[in-house]
Design a protein around this ligand. Structure first.
Ligand code: CP
Ligand code: NVA
Length: 303
């Protein structure tokens, strides 16, 4: 593994290796065991979009690993004024040891990886959010002690979260049911991948998708960059919500996950959110541990 660009690139074995290392690093952090695998290393973090969890977890994670993280706001870099990504990649490769980038276009992340000579980590694009899905799988395994054979249901927009969750969950042997309104289905390349799996379903009805689910996910109706479509999306996604009706058809011990930020009473009711807050904030915490594992695997001299 040279980069983390999208879940489609990872094998089941690589995903499991990341999750196992993440569990180990979490244990070490909780028990005060030093794990400074990235001493003297620097991660550059380029942000074209807002962030709370990604920024703070990468920066803190790098610090805990003995390294250093630079927050690089795209609007204050030359890339924000049109300097080509190919040049930015080659320049940053001369100074630092890894790049995390959050941006719009997946192609920009792929170009950074192609033209630079250091590992690139996708911190969210319009296409996918692999760091989030690694934390999600870690959290589900922590709560359920396994992944294989569990049923994952996602209700809502066929966006970056849906694209990466479907691929990640299928790769680790989970059953996947997505409920998306027509016109808001996942990416065509993702659907092509998913259709190889008999345990994949895409439906329009949230209740149908949620039946016997072990874990339910949702995400905002309008993602970053889609603010102008918010009103139209409120109409399109009406009913695409995790609520008591949906929970009633899932398994009695079903967990709920949300990548956050959440919009209460849109994609999830405040009641269900609070009833599952422990699982949701475990998920947020696990961003830190899963990303530390990714950085160690990509940036440590030992690997
Ligand atoms: N879930 C997530 O990526 O959160 P941020 O947008 O706050 O980084
Ligand atoms: N789909 C959301 C995820 C935020 C973490 C967005 O792209 O804004």
């Amino acid at each position: 593994m040279k980069h983390l660009l999208k879940m489609l690139d990872l094998s089941r074995e690589e995903i499991m290796e990341i999750l196992n290392l993440a569990d180990q690093l979490k244990y070490e952090q909780k028990h005060g065991i030093p794990h400074n695998h990235l001493q003297g290393k620097t991660l550059g973090m380029i942000f074209q979009k807002a962030s709370t969890r990604t920024r703070v977890s990468f920066e803190t994670g790098m610090y805990q690993l003995g390294g250093n993280a630079l927050f690089l706001s795209a609007s204050e870099m030359q890339i924000g004024r049109g300097e080509p990504v190919q040049d930015t990649a080659r320049v940053l490769s001369r100074y630092i040891d890894g790049i995390m980038i959050r941006t719009f276009e997946q192609a920009e992340v792929e170009a950074l990886a192609e033209f630079g000579s250091i590992p690139v980590i996708n911190g969210l694009t319009d296409f996918c959010h692999p760091c989030q899905i690694l934390a999600d799988l870690m959290t589900v395994r922590e709560h359920k002690n396994r992944l294989e054979g569990l049923k994952m249901c996602y209700i809502g927009d066929g966006n970056n979260m849906a694209n990466s969750l479907a691929v990640g969950c299928l790769k680790v042997g989970m059953d996947v049911s997505l409920a998306c309104p027509e016109g808001y289905y996942p990416d065509a390349e993702v659907l092509e991948f998913c259709k190889q799996y008999p345990n994949f379903r895409l439906v329009n009805d949230p209740i149908e998708a949620a039946k016997d689910a072990d874990v339910l996910f949702t995400d905002v109706w309008a993602s970053m960059g889609q603010e102008g479509e918010a009103e139209q999306r409120k109409l399109a996604f009406k009913g695409y919500q995790i609520n008591d009706d949906v929970m009633a058809v899932a398994k009695p011990d079903a967990m709920v996950q949300h990548c956050l930020p959440a919009h209460r009473e849109e994609e999830i009711t405040a009641k269900v959110f609070e009833e599952h807050a422990t699982e949701i904030f475990d998920e947020a915490e696990n961003r830190l541990h899963a990303q530390k594992a990714v950085m160690v695997m990509l940036m440590s001299d030992k690997n």
